[in-house]
Write a protein that binds this ligand. Structure first.
Ligand code: ATP
Ligand code: MG
Length: 269
């Protein structure tokens, strides 16, 4: 589905270059629900922005559904963003002047296909996420959790290959967060959706199949939920918190000093 090899990205200020992603390798399988966690500034949003073709990257390869994303023309990139990717943002990004149902339809409006079938699809998505009753309301008149579930519905209206979510529960209380995560789980189960989510929230991440820990622009660790043994989210969250504590206190891990790291026996993976 998504395959990333040796992704490198630097930002430039004046004639100085700041490496932010320092060789990321990862894959996301069809119908997987994957989270990325890591300290502020570790490169999580930069990683998402590279996958979504919003910013150019320096080195490496990203393929989505077998298609390489580098070197695409602007039109092709726009088409991928509208048809192959779905987006969910921390601050919902709904249009205030449109109803919830119209907001869900925006990607179809962009395609020029906001027909009766599209309206029916939008209604079905709103029902799936338990918010059918707010379809004719405006964003100002619904709760944050409802807005974000509407944004999840919008991200899915074009049946994208992959949904990218940057801190989707960042502005929500725990009950609303749970409802949004449930929406992703329902999307996976009912629609075969694949979700790649950046989050600071170990509770939200504990519902994922896999959590990637990013530190200093490199993958520090990767944890998998033990589905086979029916590990509960609470138990996975405890393992996650342990791994995050290990990562925070691990001073041997530095992508900038690989020689020193191996001398000290750092546990970069
Ligand atoms: N457009 C930019 N120009 C220059 N530097 C940038 C730019 N965007 C991000 N950075 C820097 O790159 C680093 C990684 O930023 P990024 O936004 O990817 O981090 P993040 O892990 O998403 O952090 P947060 O958890 O705070 O959202 C930071 O040091 C940031 O200041
Ligand atoms: Mg970020």
């Amino acid at each position: 589905m998504l395959c990333i090899k040796n992704l490198q990205k630097s930002y430039h200020t004046g004639n100085k270059s700041y490496p932010v992603l320092k060789g990321i390798d990862l894959t996301v399988a069809n119908e997987e629900f994957v989270a990325v966690m890591g300290p502020s500034g570790s490169g999580k949003s930069t990683l998402l922005n590279c996958i979504s073709c919003y910013i150019p990257f320096d080195e490496g390869i990203i393929t989505l559904g077998g298609q390489e994303l580098k070197g695409l023309k602007a039109d092709d990139m726009a088409e991928i963003r509208n048809e192959k990717l779905g987006f969910v943002f921390q601050d919902f990004m709904l249009l205030d002047g449109l109803t919830i149902k119209e907001n869900v339809l925006v990607p179809r409006i962009i395609q020029g296909k906001a027909d009766a079938k599209a309206r029916k699809d939008a209604e079905e998505l709103l029902s799936l996420f338990g918010i059918a009753s707010i379809g004719d309301k405006y964003p100002a008149d619904v709760s944050g959790g409802e807005k974000q579930r509407a944004a999840v519905a919008r991200s899915l209206i074009n049946h994208p290959l992959l949904v990218l979510a940057d801190e989707p529960t960042g502005n929500l209380d725990s009950k609303s967060s749970r409802a949004v995560i449930q929406a992703f789980e329902d999307a996976r189960q009912n629609l075969g959706a694949t979700v790649f989510m950046v989050t600071h929230d170990s509770f939200a991440a504990s519902f994922c199949d896999r959590v990637i820990l990013l530190k200093d622009g490199m993958i520090y660790d990767m944890l998998e939920s033990d589905h086979k043994n029916q590990e509960r989210p609470a138990a996975f969250q405890n393992r996650l918190l342990d791994a995050i504590r290990r990562m925070s206190s691990d001073e041997t891990f530095s992508a900038e000093k690989p020689a020193e790291k191996s001398r000290k026996g750092g546990n970069a993976r």
